[in-house]
Design a binder for this molecule. Structure first.
Ligand code: SAM
Length: 294
């Protein structure tokens, strides 16, 4: 069985995809206790609550594959774009140092498209080159997998000698209507207050799920707090809108319908976790192109 580490594990998009592929996640790491609680509830494994800025090489168990989705704020157009100058890049720099010592056969890394032009990308390429790995970048969005949601992301797949990666052809599946993802029953706190609706509606992305051509935009971790470009809102009736629920968002991201959040988390906390996660279908698609699995 292939052994994997899930770094910056959040709610476990990698664990969710790897279950189908017979991968054993031997350890997951995240510093957010709410993410770790949600991960354990759904995937059984208890993530190690640890700041990856300072984790030592010896604390990382041996594995064939490392998956990581480090914080994107240093590289995102919505963030400060300070790249390696942003303290939130420290964990990535630390882990790239350990990568050289551990030499897993495969490294997979996900981030926003802005990562491509960053100094962190230069460091990643340099590290992989020194290790003699072959690296490929694939840009994928849920729209590539039949989901009407625009969330383009970069995925790096780097392989050591003896393992190959060939990106499979994208199937260009017909796009599903968003209506199928919108639930009839939802908590009241998802409804946007009338005063906020009146104030922000010109800058909001609002859809009517009955519209066959409606697309959702990228849901971010700030969807609860921020109204501008933080995600799509649903028109319930004229002049009344609500947010998507955390459960609706994770279903759009490819998590199984049985996925659940701990009951004691607030809607705000659940939305933050849902906005941080990764498209499970994209991970599964990439795994299917690695010679381990085909
Ligand atoms: C982009 S999200 C990744 C989400 C995850 N891939 C998932 O499937 O939900 C980044 C995650 O990294 C965690 N994180 C950020 N900085 C960290 C650090 N220095 N040490 C440990 N975890 C960190 C955050 O708590 C967050 O869950």
């Amino acid at each position: 069985m292939i052994k994997a580490l899930e770094l910056f594990s959040g709610i476990g998009a990698f664990a969710e995809a790897s279950e189908k592929r017979g991968i054993e996640v031997v350890a997951a790491f995240d510093q957010d206790p709410r993410a770790n609680q949600t991960y354990q509830l759904n995937h059984g494994l208890k993530p190690i609550s640890r700041n990856l800025d300072t984790i030592a090489s010896a604390e990382l168990p041996e594995a064939d594959l490392w998956w990581m989705s480090p914080p994107c704020q240093p590289y995102s157009v919505r963030g400060n774009q300070k790249g390696l100058g942003d303290p939130r890049s420290r964990s990535l720099v630390n882990l790239l140092g350990h990568l050289k010592k551990h030499q897993p056969k495969v490294l997979m890394l996900e981030n926003v498209c802005g990562f491509k032009d960053s100094d962190a990308h230069i460091l990643l390429d340099k590290t992989l080159e020194e290790m003699g790995y072959k690296s490929r970048i694939v840009e994928l969005s849920p729209t590539d997998f039949g989901i009407r949601m625009r969330r383009p992301r970069l995925y790096f797949v780097a392989t050591a000698d003896g393992v190959t990666f060939q990106a499979p052809a994208v199937q260009n599946q017909p796009l599903m209507n968003l209506r199928g993802f919108v639930r009839e029953v939802y908590p009241d706190d998802l409804i946007v207050a009338q005063k906020d609706f009146e104030r922000y509606s010109p800058s909001l992305h609002i859809i009517n799920p009955a519209d066959e051509n409606a697309y959702a935009i990228c849901f971010t971790s700030g969807y609860w707090k921020s109204f501008k470009s933080s995600g799509t809102f649903i028109e319930i009736e004229k002049g009344k809108i609500r947010r998507f629920s955390p459960e609706e968002i994770v279903t759009l991201m490819g998590f199984a319908s049985g996925f659940e959040f701990p009951k004691d988390l607030t809607t705000q906390a659940k939305l933050k976790l849902a906005g941080n996660t990764v498209d499970v279908r994209a991970i599964d698609y990439l795994l299917s192109g690695i010679s381990f699995f085909n």
